[in-house]
Write a protein that binds this ligand. Sequence first.
Ligand code: ADP
Length: 288
Amino acid sequence: KKVADRYLKREVLGEGTYGVVYKAIDTQMGQTVAIKKIRLGKQKEGVNFTALREIKLLKELKDPNIIELIDAFPHKGNLHLVFEFMETDLEAVIRDRNIFLSPGDIKSYLQMTLKGLAVCHKKWVLHRDMKPNNLLIGSNGQLKLADFGLARIFGSPDRRFTHQMLSIALVIHLFLNAEASVLLTVLNILQGSSDIDQLGKIFAAFGTPSPSQWPDMVYLPDYVEYQHVPAPPLRSLFPMASDDALDLLSKMFTYDPNARISVQQALEHRYFTSAPLPTVPEKLPRPA
Ligand code: ADP
């Protein structure tokens, strides 16, 4: 079945938040693509804006570690977003029991994730939905950030991000959950079944935030005083991690956003230049 003459629709790849994703052939370029069909309509006007925002963001974010938006067009009352086709995603890799990720492999995935994220942050874009199944992996092993449905430009460089708009739970979810999901070994420890469960897991692993580490937390709108639970030593959670890995981890899992390492600084961390070096993407293990 043809979509807008250029694309031949194949099977359904999955159901996303805003609609179905199809595999298709781009007859013009002779390549496989993924088409995200977004229902447009009067029922939910918000969806239009979300979609348009996604388009605008993706067009501005061109990078080897960010999914390429090839085309965008309306067709039969739906908005179609055409993306480069990606073979798998990081969640599938992590969950595959036949795949063993070496420290160099993990380093490589983390480096590619941070490189994509660095481009977002340079353009003042927050991804806001960082998780392993939004990190797509191409046939050459390249990892790319996808699904910017929730991303939003948060102002020009000289304007402060208004944390006040967010409750403490949301702040922690957005920042810590995001970075937690990036680190593969953390996945099992930190994956919660709901936001509250997630928070509980984060607090168990890293202790509860305290005003001594994060002075501004007391200004968060839903802040209430509570009994501080200290963090267990990181080493006890990750007995196999290298010292460099733990050092980077502790800097990324810092509650105070003003004290936390930036993505750019994280990329410059010794972890990425010390042995073992990041595995070249083509050599990363992939699902059979
Ligand atoms: P969600 O909104 O739930 O995060 P998406 O709408 O991004 O999900 O995608 C739904 C499903 O479609 C994904 O789980 C994935 O299997 C598939 N998919 C999305 N984008 C691509 C792509 N570029 N290449 C191949 N498959 C994709």
